[in-house]
Ligand binder design. Structure first.
Ligand code: C2E
Ligand code: MG
Ligand code: MG
Ligand code: MG
Length: 286
């Protein structure tokens, strides 16, 4: 995909945006306006803990609802990264995430909230300071804010990425390695990461039920990550058979359309309440 290519540094453009630079410029200024006018949104996708059958957290994913033509999240991010908008955009995402976390808590849902961070953010000299100030003002016992960084993006600049992640971890921020297994990082690099969680890439999960090789790779990854002390999340789980397989393999958590697509806050609150009711009924005596 263009996202993968971008993350490997092979191609610094997204064809649908860059084929006409005039429309690209229009898009950049529209995105800038959307950011300033608070027209971007974060949708939430739940993460299920297979060991407890509880929802342990939600991931925030960027959306641009006002557009006639929906712009995919990775295109929004690519555009922002190419123009320097990624700095204010990520800061908005982080501030908004704290707001969402407290809205969830107000409705009785104490959940972790995962946010996606661009490798560009890790290169901002003042990023750790910004994070420290922002998070310092908000109590972490209200559910952690987990920072997700993709495996491939870190490999562009492994030494500095490691430094930045270490300073976040030092502030008590949990770090998660996103899209794991889609790149080429070495095991010696992986074991140095100050991460608490690894998310196995969707490409290894999609055909789990039908491909023996994928089951071997995923089982080995789960075992290796557990030995290194990481929690393991499987992304892109779309059916019950795959969820059952992963549970049998000792995977800790799953995310995917099988549970829910990413939803706006109000819909996620309704989904969470409905699920909580169903679980309570199941466990009621008689
Ligand atoms: P990601 O962080 O790996 O997020 C998972 C993507 O897979 C999301 O796509 C989600 O909607 C999709 N997904 C979840 N479950 C399933 C499933 O069962 N099947 C399929 N086919 N897809 C599933 P989305 O929202 O389009 O985001 C794409 C990527 O854009 C994200 O990948 C992340 O790397 C990036 N992104 C999204 N929001 C942000 C943000 O606020 N900041 C930054 N820096 N990146 C973001
Ligand atoms: Mg993610
Ligand atoms: Mg991912
Ligand atoms: Mg991704």
């Amino acid at each position: 995909s263009s996202e993968r290519a971008r993350e490997r540094g092979i191609a610094y453009y997204t064809p649908s945006i860059d084929s006409y630079s005039a429309s690209r410029l229009t898009m950049v200024s529209a995105l800038q306006k959307a950011l300033v006018n608070n027209e971007l949104a974060l949708h939430l996708q739940p993460k299920l803990d297979l060991r407890t059958s509880r929802i342990s957290g939600v991931e925030a994913l960027i959306r641009w609802p006002a557009r006639e033509q929906p712009v995919p999240a990775d295109e929004i991010i690519t555009l922002a990264e190419q123009t320097g908008l990624i700095k204010p955009l990520t800061r908005w995402v982080l501030e908004q995430s704290l707001e969402l976390r407290s809205r969830l808590l107000d409705s009785g849902h104490l959940l972790d909230l995962s946010v996606n961070i661009s490798p560009n953010n890790l290169r901002e000299p003042d990023f750790p300071i910004f994070v420290k100030r922002l998070m310092g003002a908000h109590l972490q016992h209200r559910g952690a804010i987990i920072f997700e960084v993709t495996e491939t993006s870190m490999m562009q600049d492994p030494v500095n990425a490691l430094k930045a992640l270490n300073s976040l971890a030092y502030e008590g921020i949990p770090v998660s390695i996103d899209d794991f297994g889609s790149g080429y990082s070495s095991l010696s690099y992986i074991k140095q990461l100050p991460a608490s969680e690894i998310k196995i890439d969707r490409s290894l999960i999609t055909d789990l039920a039908t491909r023996e090789e994928d089951r071997v790779i995923v089982q080995t990854t789960i075992n290796m990550c557990h030995s290194l002390g990481y929690q393991v999340v499987a992304e892109g789980v779309e059916d019950e058979a795959t969820a059952d397989l992963l549970k049998g393999m000792g995977c800790d958590m799953i995310q995917g359309y099988f549970l829910s697509r990413p939803l706006p806050l109000e819909q996620m609150l309704a989904w969470l309440s409905k699920r909580r009711e169903a679980v309570t009924k199941q466990h009621a005596p008689g």
